[in-house]
Ligand binder design. Structure first.
Ligand SMILES: [Zn+2]
Ligand SMILES: [Zn+2]
Length: 349
């Protein structure tokens, strides 16, 4: 009997998602099969749906903020039992044996397999015939090293956005040892930023929320920000000059004035980009003469995911979510595209 999984797939750049069945990769000795209960909608899903970053492998089932229950385990899986509540994020495999894997940067492994828009690879890293398909579906298979236990304190729906948006904002703050003496600016208060503010505040940093939209002031303070910097207010721009150790930018806007952001950063500080604007950055070279650095950050490694989930459970960091039935996935996508979602949409089977 040919096995089939079912989900909602993009078939081209423009159309809405449609019901789709596919043959999953065979369950390997170290793999886990998960029955999906919830999956978050991430901005990356929508970029992939429209082939914004590179040509997408259609039909593509999106979704990399996946929570569900273990349905089957391979013969060599030790840390999981059937019925366990687990999560899967942006990748489903890495080699576990290269320099990047050995230093906790599995997301940079040359043999990694992304959760969707990728092909499963054999042991030599050669693509197989099996396409990796994401979480807007009934089931998924992943290597057990990319399946994570969800702490009991965190609901399944709330766990979803933590697996990408949460990880992407937590990992760079952890890497920079953010703590009680840190001054951290979070630029952009949306799906990523509303989690970033919470992490930094719970790490006891002095947090400045940076936004174009002064209506977000109250929400930013509620999320844990100490200050609100209205980037359109010249008094604020003056007041916050050279004030931040780190600015974490979640902005995807190509109109961002990066020189303004650089000016908010202290000497030796760092601008960390996790949003992906399509236009190249324009930064006057003088900003770098104060030893200010610019770096990017992509999701996080396995240990980052474990640390993030533990931290969220302990410090009560939760995404603000709206739950939509899986069958209404196209409605959910619309509300994300319109910018109506406050702040993340989670699909429920
Ligand atoms: Zn994502
Ligand atoms: Zn590797």
């Amino acid at each position: 009997m040919v096995e089939e999984f079912h989900g909602y797939a993009a078939f081209d750049k423009k159309s809405v998602l449609k019901y789709y069945s596919y043959t999953p990769k065979p369950l390997g000795d170290e793999d886990i099969e998960v029955e999906i209960t919830h999956c978050g909608i991430c901005g990356s899903d929508l970029h992939t749906m429209r082939s914004d970053w590179r040509p997408t492998l259609y039909p593509a089932i999106l979704g990399h903020e996946i929570v569900g229950n273990v349905l089957e385990i391979g013969s060599k899986v030790v840390d999981f039992k059937i019925g366990n509540r687990v999560g899967i994020g942006c990748q489903v495999y890495s080699c576990g044996n290269c320099d990047e894997c050995n230093s906790g940067y599995e997301q940079l492994c040359a043999k990694k397999v992304f959760t969707y828009n990728d092909m499963w690879k054999d042991a030599e890293g050669v693509p197989t015939e099996y396409q990796a398909q994401g979480g807007y579906a009934d089931k998924i298979r992943a290597h057990s090293s990319f399946v994570f236990h969800i702490p009991t304190e965190i609901s399944s729906a709330e766990a979803c956005p933590l697996l990408c948006a949460g990880l992407s904002t937590f990992a760079p703050l952890k890497r920079h040892n953010v703590g009680p003496k840190s001054k951290v600016g979070i630029a952009g208060i949306g799906g990523l930023g509303h989690l970033a503010i919470q992490w930094a505040a719970k790490m006891k940093a002095e947090v400045t929320a940076i936004s174009h939209s002064s209506q977000k002031r109250d929400e930013a303070i509620k999320l844990g920000a100490t200050h609100f910097l209205d980037i359109l207010d010249p008094n604020d721009v003056e007041k916050f000059t050279h004030s931040q150790d780190i600015i974490l930018s979640t902005s995807c806007s190509s109109n961002t004035d990066w020189s303004k952001y650089m000016n908010f950063i202290k000497n030796h500080g760092t601008l960390i980009l996790i949003g992906l604007p399509e236009a190249p950055l324009q930064i006057p070279v003088f900003a770098f003469m104060r030893f200010v650095k610019v770096e990017g950050s992509l999701t996080g490694g396995r240990q980052d995911i474990k640390d993030m989930l533990t931290f969220a459970a302990k410090h009560n960091v939760r995404p603000w979510i709206q739950i939509v039935p899986m069958k209404d996935v196209n409605e959910g996508i619309k509300s994300v595209l319109n910018g109506e979602a406050r702040y993340r949409v989670v699909l429920e089977n």
